[in-house]
Design a protein around this ligand. Structure first.
Ligand code: ZN
Length: 261
């Protein structure tokens, strides 16, 4: 393989080895989550979203990349992978060392200000929120991570959480995770990667969330082959040149062994 060969499209199945639940980004959601209009229109929902975010942030922050993330980062360093378009918000591609990553659904590692647009590091907000809310109890189980907060109004109305304001402008802060009803991020970057790809490698996504399918479609129209590793069917199975039913880390490890032999 040569430079420019492989662009990765990754989804929740890549991260489930690390203990994360599936991202309830779109479709398949058992309970509705607080959407963008609810968040922007109500202090009650803002308190609740930030309470759930703070309770589960440390568990997300402590997650380690899976073997699959590590192999993909090595392939990027080796020039095999030229870019990754991910539906995951867990930041694990970046933590594993990948540098060309389009985080289409945002990242829990960042915070955005809805008023001045400044994007800041979520870690820097942690001590401020802790000081404002000294009684917050951390939930250490990543399976409970409130990637998006459940839209439970009774619980939200009971929240006494104190939200922090933007340190620059005093405006409203929001986790930089794409909510329902909000524009996705980094699609230009994702399409740029796909346009130059010879192979689109889908890992751990059913492609029911449209962002992933858009990147696959871009790859197809640029003449790329499609390879899929996933447990369960995907929206692109009929378009795939190679289709492997299996776990991501073990399959990538087996391919890596062949490549680096
Ligand atoms: Zn601001």
């Amino acid at each position: 393989m040569s430079r420019g060969d492989v662009v990765v499209v990754s989804g929740a199945g890549l991260s489930t080895d690390s203990g994360l639940p599936d991202y309830r980004g779109s479709g398949g959601s058992e309970k509705p989550s607080v959407d963008f209009d609810m968040f922007t229109g109500s202090h009650t929902w803002q308190r609740w979203v930030w309470q759930r975010n703070q309770e589960t942030w440390r568990a997300l922050d402590a997650l380690a990349p899976t073997e699959g993330h590590t192999i993909l980062a090595e392939w990027e360093r080796d020039g095999i992978v030229t870019g990754t378009a991910t539906q995951n918000i867990d930041g694990l591609h970046v933590k594993a060392g990948s540098e060309r990553v389009a985080e289409m659904h945002g990242s829990f590692t960042r915070v955005t200000c809805l008023d001045c647009g400044e994007v800041t590091d979520r870690a820097a907000l942690d001590p401020r929120l802790r000081e404002l809310n000294p009684h917050t109890v951390d939930d250490p189980d990543p399976a409970n991570a409130a990637i998006l907060a459940e839209a439970d109004y009774a619980k939200a109305a009971e929240s006494t959480f104190t939200v922090a304001q933007c340190a620059s402008c005093g405006g409203t802060l929001k986790p930089d995770i794409v909510f329902f009803g909000e524009a996705v991020q980094a699609m230009d970057e994702a399409f740029d990667y796909a346009r130059d790809a010879k192979t689109i490698l889908v890992v751990g996504s059913s492609l029911l969330v449209m962002t992933g399918m858009w990147v696959v479609t871009q790859g197809l129209s640029s003449g790329a082959d499609i390879a899929i590793i996933n447990r369960g069917p995907t929206q692109a199975d009929r378009l795939a040149d190679v289709r492997i039913e299996g776990g991501i880390s073990e399959t990538l490890a087996a391919v890596d062994k062949i490549l680096t032999g």
